[in-house]
Design a protein around this ligand. Structure first.
Ligand SMILES: CC(C)(COP(=O)(O)OP(=O)(O)OC[C@H]1O[C@@H](n2cnc3c(N)ncnc32)[C@H](O)[C@@H]1OP(=O)(O)O)[C@@H](O)C(=O)NCCC(=O)NCCS
Length: 150
């Protein structure tokens, strides 16, 4: 596959509304995750970032990925490629950028979560070398008022 050129950078204030629209188009929004809060929280912290990208000939953002580390391992969230640009290698490039960001921070293992039953996305990550962990993810809502369905 010929590599599609991408202009990648960290999110800025003017991007926030467009990134939320992108997530909506990609089906990433959940009622219990307020995207404004998630973006603001990520941007406040030195151990996380939200990368966005566009094609050279287009002003509109076409891709995003959130990456951070918890002091031990790296975590990746909100990978989104605009539907019209899926299947062109952009997802792979965004993942490589997130992995490079983690390596620069001294983190050598990346983890991410895929919903049970989302076989297409699992197949994409498998293609990139991500394997099912031998550990279960356990969770507890520390603030019950924020509780969602998953
Ligand atoms: C999942 C998603 C990020 C993939 O991005 P993409 O740009 O379409 O994927 P790419 O074109 O970069 O594909 C990279 C490689 O994975 C392969 N691949 C992509 N989707 C695949 C699938 N469903 N099954 C098997 N392989 C797949 C490609 O063939 C390509 O292989 P190659 O490197 O050998 O050519 C994109 O479809 C998307 O944004 N989906 C909606 C949001 C979403 O579900 N995000 C993930 C949240 S966990």
């Amino acid at each position: 596959m010929q590599k599609t050129e991408l202009y990648m950078r960290e999110i800025c204030d003017d991007d926030v509304a467009d990134v939320i629209k992108l997530w909506e188009h990609c089906g990433l929004l959940r009622p219990w995750n307020d995207p404004q809060t998630d973006i603001a929280f990520c941007r406040q912290k030195p151990n996380s970032t939200l990368l966005v990208a566009r094609m050279p000939e287009e002003e509109k953002l076409q891709a995003s990925i959130m990456v951070g580390h918890d002091g031990h391992r790296g975590w990746i969230y909100y990978l989104a490629i605009a539907p019209a640009h899926q299947g062109k290698g952009l997802g792979k490039q965004m993942m490589q950028a997130a992995e490079n960001w983690l390596l620069d921070q001294g983190v050598w293992k990346a983890q991410l979560m895929v919903r049970y039953g989302n076989e297409a996305v699992k197949a994409f990550y498998n293609k990139l070398g991500y394997e099912q962990s031998q550990c279960m993810v356990l969770e507890r809502w520390l603030d019950a008022s924020k509780r969602g369905d998953a």
